[in-house]
Design a protein around this ligand. Structure first.
Ligand SMILES: NC(=O)c1ccc[n+]([C@@H]2O[C@H](COP(=O)([O-])OP(=O)(O)OC[C@H]3O[C@@H](n4cnc5c(N)ncnc54)[C@H](O)[C@@H]3O)[C@@H](O)[C@H]2O)c1
Ligand SMILES: O=C(O)[C@H](O)COP(=O)(O)O
Length: 598
């Protein structure tokens, strides 16, 4: 069965990615491999794609992301996301995923390969021999056994390099303020606390940090001068961590015996630049960013990110999102039905209360109350995001549809929406359900008069009948609304629903049915729910609602016949115009009617 009901989502692959991952996508997605695109061409075609798969060459700039109207995910088949404007992607709700561990082994082995090549002058010896010469005395190298390797950045690659170097008989020192001493000890690595200490002790120095503010240019002229004369340096991490001009000068002065470099400040290096002079230096061993270029690593990263692209396009959470909070798969499994429920509640809230007679005054402060089993879930970020999406999607077109776990907090803040999430183990209101989620919109006066803070979860239980409250639960995987305002309810929030409040008197159903029949609207199902018995005893049953022209406030007093009112939900086969809902009130004698699509 095809995964996607409509046209398959389109994936743009502008770089060389291993076929193993792409094969996973080809079954259900439209995969477009377009190598060698110019930045202008990328900008022109990006609006047509739902996913973008890149390595380190494609510059995914803010301009590209802003032009990408359908883009849901940027997948980086590798570790570093410095070529992706992650902040802009976050703003736009685009998930950025990477493969944090698929190429660690390859990068570490490449570091060792470069170190050995540099120590034994292999590139020079090889070139000389190919040139027809036999110059044995010219290429005398050094051994690494018994030498000190200094590592800056004892993360995934750094630690793997350390273990390999130990196997070669090296002494390994490392500088990493965030590294675990226990992990370092387990690899027999001595953690040092200062850069000068590391520089002075190293025969070989290798960098394995990301390029961030604290590492940009961290090895410059002063640092190189502190290294032992005749020592050697490696960079298989990121260009820019070592000052290229200072490195070139140190090689030229003979202070450093060699440099092995895989990564450059600008890739490919610009002709006649410092980097190109460094590349040309006889004691520099250089490769064109090949750290991750093994068959195995490319298979790993390709499969890793392609699986995540499928997850995202199928509405699931990826395992390695760079700009989304981490959530464990089993936790997500538990949450998924509630994610749907909460989004439906949010959407129902906006459509239903905006459809009340006279319109609804905006309420921006909400309590989202989890009761019963769902209250035991600690990471409710996906539920929060689902609520914001549900609240805004009906009123904000494609911007609302792009609200997700990545940007929900930002969007809520920008819109002035406050949500107090509350976890209550109190079983009182969940007696019939194992889990209950309740959305309570605070009246504007309360919301504006004090900062958002916790509400007593029993508010969901019901003293104020006209409070805007929606409760729901999940029956298996199916969301079910169990309360709408002051009514008990039991309906699935799916499709187009006509929500009517009316006096529970004979003949009302027939009148509504015939009015809809005149419009050619088919009724698929109908449920009638009473006012909750818990909700008919309150004395403070007043709410202010603006009048139709918005100029005055009408005070709606709870009717003494409230207990005779009923909520009628009709599942209908298509949307109805405002005229139909007005006729239902005028001619059909219902108290209020509104249509929602969920
Ligand atoms: N050349 C390639 O093809 C290639 C392949 C893979 C990875 N990489 C690059 O290698 C680097 C390391 O990758 P990783 O997967 O090991 O990353 P990682 O996040 O696992 O490790 C980085 C380590 O650097 C440390 N660090 C951060 N700031 C530091 C500072 N100021 N001083 C000292 N240590 C600091 C962190 O604590 C962390 O332990 C990244 O830049 C990555 O992009 C390059
Ligand atoms: O960050 C990475 O994963 C490496 O630098 C590899 O980059 P590449 O995928 O362009 O080889």
């Amino acid at each position: 069965m095809p995964l996607f009901k409509e046209a398959p989502p389109k994936v743009l692959v502008p770089e060389k990615l291993s076929a193993d991952g792409l094969a996973l996508l080809r079954g259900s997605l439209d995969v477009d491999e377009r190598k060698g695109l110019t930045p202008e061409e990328l900008l022109e075609i990006i609006p047509n794609y739902d996913a973008l798969l890149v390595r380190s060459e494609t510059k995914v700039t803010a301009t590209v992301l802003q032009a990408a109207r359908r883009l849901k995910v940027v997948a980086r088949a590798g570790v570093g996301v410095d070529n992706v404007d992650v902040a802009e992607a976050t703003k736009l709700g685009i998930v950025v995923v990477n493969s944090p561990s698929g190429n660690i082994g390859a990068a570490a082995e490449h570091t060792i390969a470069l170190m050995m090549a540099m120590a034994r002058k292999i590139p020079e010896g090889c070139a000389s021999l190919k040139d027809g010469k036999w110059e044995r005395s010219k290429f005398v190298g050094v051994e690494v056994k018994g030498k000190v390797l200094g590592i800056i950045g004892l993360g995934k690659v750094g630690l793997t390099v350390a273990r390999l170097a130990k196997g070669l008989g090296m002494t390994v020192n490392a500088l990493d303020p965030y590294a675990s001493p226990a992990v370092a000890a387990s690899a027999s690595v001595t953690l040092v606390t200062s850069l000068p200490e590391l520089l002075k002790s190293a025969d070989f120095l290798t960098i394995h940090t990301p390029l961030i503010a604290s590492t940009r240019g961290m090895i410059g002229e002063a640092e190189l001068a502190q290294m032992k004369p005749g020592s050697r340096i490696l960079n298989v991490a990121r260009g820019g961590t070592i000052d290229e001009a200072a490195l070139l000068a140190s090689l030229e002065s003979g202070h450093l015996a060699g440099a092995a470099v895989d990564v450059f400040t600008s890739e490919p290096p610009v002709a006649a630049s410092t980097a190109s002079k460094l590349i040309a230096h006889p004691r520099a061993v250089v490769t064109p960013h090949l750290g991750a270029s093994t068959v195995e690593a490319q298979e790993n990263v390709s499969v890793d990110v392609c699986e995540q692209v499928l997850d995202i396009l199928n509405g699931s959470l990826p395992r390695s999102a760079v700009n989304a909070p981490l959530i464990l798969p089993e936790e997500y499994q538990k949450l998924q039905p509630f994610v749907r429920l909460v989004e439906k509640i949010g959407s129902l809230y906006t459509q239903h209360y905006a459809g009340l007679p006279g319109g609804a005054p905006a309420r921006n402060t909400f309590d989202l109350i989890y009761q019963g089993e769902v209250a035991s879930i600690n990471n409710t970020k996906p539920l929060f995001a689902a609520l914001i999406k549900g609240l805004l999607a009906p009123i904000s077109g494609s911007e609302g549809i792009n609200i997700n776990i990545v940007n929900a907090e930002l969007v809520a803040r920008e819109r002035g929406i406050f949500v107090n999430e509350q976890h209550s183990r109190d079983p009182a209101d969940t007696s019939s359900y194992s889990s209950l989620v309740t959305l309570v919109a605070r009246p504007p006066s309360r919301a504006s008069s004090r900062a958002p803070g916790p509400t007593d979860p029993s508010a969901a239980g019901a003293q104020v009948p006209h409070q805007r409250i929606i409760s729901g639960t999940c029956s298996g995987d199916q969301p079910l609304i169990t309360r709408l305002g002051r009514f008990e309810a039991s309906f699935e929030p799916e499709g187009t629903l006509l929500i009517c409040e009316n006096y529970d008197s004979p003949g009302k159903i027939g009148v509504v049915g015939s009015l809809l029949g005149q419009e050619g609207v088919n009724i698929n199902f109908m449920t009638v729910s009473p006012v909750s018995p818990k909700l008919t005893t309150g004395s403070d049953q007043v709410e202010s609602i603006p009048s139709k022209d918005g100029s005055a406030e009408i005070m709606v007093k709870e009717d003494m016949h409230a207990s005779k009112e009923a909520l009628m939900i009709l599942g209908i086969d298509r949307g109805v115009s405002a005229r139909v809902t007005e006729d239902l009130v005028k001619e059909g004698g219902v108290l209020s009617a509104c249509a929602v699509t969920l």
